[in-house]
Each structure stands twice: as C-alpha cells, then as structure tokens.
Design a protein around this ligand. Structure first.
Ligand SMILES: [Zn+2]
Length: 278
C-alpha cells in the first residue's frame, strides 16, 4: 500500500507534468471504482478545468483546479497513477484524464480499494471520507515528541499498531513504521505506554527521518508490485530497507549480529531485529 513517500513522489512528478494544463476529456473504465459524486458528476466537475497544482495530505493526492474544485485520489492498497498516452484503455484502468496538450494521466487499481472524489465546494478535507481524521505528518515541524507522546501515553496497545493510526502518524503505513521502530531501536510489540520520554524522542525523529529518506529515494517498490512511478518504473528505497521484507536476513545496523524476524502484530506482518530493538 502506498505510504507518504510514495504519494509524495507521485505528487512531485504529477505537479511537473500537469500543472497549468486544461482537462479536455475524461474517460472511465468499464467498471470504475467508487467515485464521489459518481462518474457523471466527476466528469462534469473536471471538464474544462485547469490544474493549478498538485498537493497531498497524508496518503491522499489532491489536484487543485481552476474552478475551485479539488480532485482527490486515494490509491488504496494497489492504486497507481500512470501515463498511457492515446493507447486504448488498459485493464484495471478506472479513469483517464486527457489534457489539452495531448498528455494523459490514468488511475489504475487492480484490487479496487482506491477512490476518486471531486469536492464540489472547494473545501477540504470535510467532504472526503477519512481525510478529516488525519493528524500532523511526521515530516512537518508541528510533529513533535510532545505530540507523539500524548498519543502513546497510558496506552496498552502495541506501539506498532498505534503508529498505523493516521491521527498518530499521518502518512505512515506498514513499511515505514517497521523502519522507524528499527531506526529508533524500539521493539514493535512494546506497549505504547511503556516508552520512556527519550524513546518517544528517538521515535519522533526516526519517523520523520525514514519518511524523508523514502521521498529522497522515490518510494518503495516491493516485488509483489503495487507502487510504481508515473512512467511505470520502480522507486529505489526498497534497496535501503533495514528490516521490512528481510525476514531471516542479517540486521543492517552497524555492529549488530541480529537476524530479522517477522511476526504478526495487530494483524499486520511486522519486521524487526530482536538483537538491537528493545
Ligand atoms: Zn539489529
């Protein structure tokens, strides 16, 4: 599932590609994913509008339009934004925008958990389900140890599970939570409330750090597919992962002889090093 670095990478690529361009045509696949307010309404709100810029909030991509509407894409589990030019509509392609200069942008999603929403009053995040519950992002200045600590204090839940809550760590999912906990040297199955202030501080820094590194390397593309760049190429942060997807391999922390273990926590596959994460 795309997390903050993947969506941010797409935002940057799309911003360069479509800003200042007018949407001339909107096409839909045979059985498109859930759209708000339905395909006909989406088309009516997009046609003739110029993209002023592409933003992002958590894992949502937000196209700001000249008609005061916003087009919001949530990529779900396996959603992609691709560019197919004038080729015939592809399998699993749900929506294609054609711009006045002939460029296109397509939303593709094989597993169909993604969503397409157009706000009709220019106000965000209210009209888009899920967006109203997003906290600050760990890459923002507002995200402090005090903020994270307030969400962990007194909680019996595992720290890993809490990091997946978008109010606690907006934009963070399964990959970057495992990487941040490893970087901070904290076991994912610790009770959240048991973290000492110094550990909360390390975790705050680690969250921001892994997300920024993920953006720098254009996101994580695992072998089982899912996230790719707009031209179909892969990100490269997967080559720098310390624990995620590395079960049975040596821990990459300098001086650590541990072997990465995988365990289910809160229903999610979790990777950590039992030797250097306490
Ligand atoms: Zn280790």
């Amino acid at each position: 599932m795309p997390e903050l670095p993947e969506v941010e990478t797409l935002r940057r690529l799309l911003g360069r590609q479509v800003s200042g361009k007018c949407i001339e045509k909107v096409r839909f696949g045979v059985k498109p994913v859930t759209m708000q307010p339905g395909p006909a309404g989406v088309r009516r709100n997009l046609l003739g509008a110029t993209v002023l810029g592409v933003g992002r909030r958590g894992k949502y991509l937000v196209f700001h339009l000249s008609n005061d509407r916003k087009l919001v894409l949530h990529l779900g589990m396996s959603g992609q934004v691709r560019r197919f030019g004038r080729d015939p509509m592809q399998r699993h392609e749900h929506m294609r925008l054609e711009f006045s200069d002939g460029q296109t942008v397509s939303f593709v999603d094989a597993r169909r958990f993604g969503r397409v929403c157009v706000t009709d009053d220019g106000v965000l995040p209210r009209p888009v389900k899920g967006m109203e519950r997003l906290g600050p992002e760990p890459i923002e200045k507002e995200y402090t140890a005090a903020y994270l600590g307030a969400h962990l204090r007194g909680r019996k839940a595992r720290v890993k599970s809490l990091l997946l809550d978008q109010r606690v760590a907006c934009g963070v999912g399964n990959i970057y939570s495992d990487e941040a906990l490893h970087r901070a040297g904290i076991r994912p199955d610790r009770q959240a409330g048991s973290l000492k202030p110094s550990e909360v501080c390390r975790l705050t820094k680690a969250l921001g750090g892994v997300l920024k590194d993920g953006i720098r390397w254009c996101g994580t593309t695992m072998k089982d597919g899912g996230y790719v760049l707009v031209d179909g190429s892969a990100g490269s942060f997967q080559n720098r992962l310390q624990v995620y997807g590395r079960e049975g391999e040596r821990c990459r922390r300098r001086g650590c002889a541990g072997v990465v273990r995988r365990q289910r926590i809160g229903g999610r596959s979790t990777h950590f090093c039992p030797a250097c994460q306490k």
